[in-house]
Design a protein around this ligand. Structure first.
Ligand SMILES: Nc1ccn([C@@H]2O[C@H](COP(=O)(O)OP(=O)(O)OP(=O)(O)O)[C@@H](O)[C@H]2O)c(=O)n1
Ligand SMILES: C[C@](O)(CO)[C@H](O)COP(=O)(O)O
Length: 233
């Protein structure tokens, strides 16, 4: 990594509507821990990451009960109504410590299977990149665009299509200003790269792994359990 420091922000304030159930999915049990603990593990263990700030719901009562065995303890801050607001909350929490040119790495609490090797590859690939970028995987399925009636309107050319994942890593100053510019226009984004693209910049795609899945629906938990148990074997 260059002289710029690296900070991590983890949006963990979602309610998990698509998962269902009473407990937000980031606190669901998974392979002996919870989803959030697995997502934080490679970030807390990485020597180049200065601090890990987790944006959680204001009325979150699950955070306080989490064990942080032996390792570094993450910092808590307030999330917001949408994922991008929670990310911004994490950036604000870093305001007194992060320099404009420092890197901020944003990783979903709902992605528990990130491997340390892929985190390292992202950091190494972007260390001197002028824009920053994200882990992503090429699309291997044929993708269809649907019409309002739920029928196929078109088949997309998948040769240039990728599934965006996290971590996504950008300079602190640029990312914060990009988000605040969108918010001032009443706009939202579903990932940090979208805010950077709105500035006319082109984030770098760093190929990751399909097992860095986002826990979204109930069936994703069994897959994540399989991946985590397999990685530990
Ligand atoms: N207001 C929000 C919404 C989402 N997230 C976080 O952003 C990540 C990805 O979002 P998603 O998978 O959509 O989580 P939820 O919003 O909880 O899921 P759903 O859309 O099904 O409610 C998750 O770690 C989630 O906790 C957040 O910090 N703040
Ligand atoms: C950031 C992300 O995980 C990249 O694929 C995705 O955009 C999050 O979307 P969600 O609807 O907030 O889960």
């Amino acid at each position: 990594m260059s002289a710029a420091r690296v900070w991590a922000v983890v949006p963990a304030a979602g309610v998990g509507r698509r998962m269902g159930g009473a407990i937000p999915k980031q606190y669901l049990p998974l392979a002996g821990r919870c989803v959030l603990a697995w997502a934080l593990a490679p970030l807390l263990a990485h020597p180049c990451i200065e601090a890990v700030v987790v944006a959680v719901g204001r009325d979150d009562s699950w955070w306080d009960g989490l064990p942080w065995p032996g390792g570094r303890v993450p910092e808590r801050t307030d999330g917001g109504a949408e994922r991008c607001h929670s990310v911004h909350g994490g950036l604000v929490a870093l305001a007194a410590r992060a320099a404009r040119e420092d890197w901020v790495l944003v990783h979903d609490a709902a992605r528990p299977c990130l491997r340390a090797a892929d985190l390292d590859r992202l950091l190494d690939s972007l260390a001197d990149d002028p824009v920053g970028g994200l882990l992503a995987v090429p699309v291997h399925d044929t993708l269809k665009r649907a019409d309002a009636a739920g029928r196929v309107e078109a088949t997309l050319d998948r040769r240039q299509l990728w599934h965006a994942q996290t971590p996504q890593m950008f300079r602190y100053g640029v990312l914060r200003e990009a988000l605040e510019t969108l918010f001032a226009r009443g706009e939202l984004v579903t990932d940090e790269a979208g805010a950077i693209e709105a500035l006319g910049l082109r984030p770098r795609l760093v190929e990751g792994r399909a097992d860095n899945l986002k826990i979204t629906r109930p069936e994703d938990l069994a897959l994540a359990e399989f991946f985590l148990r397999g990685a530990a074997a």
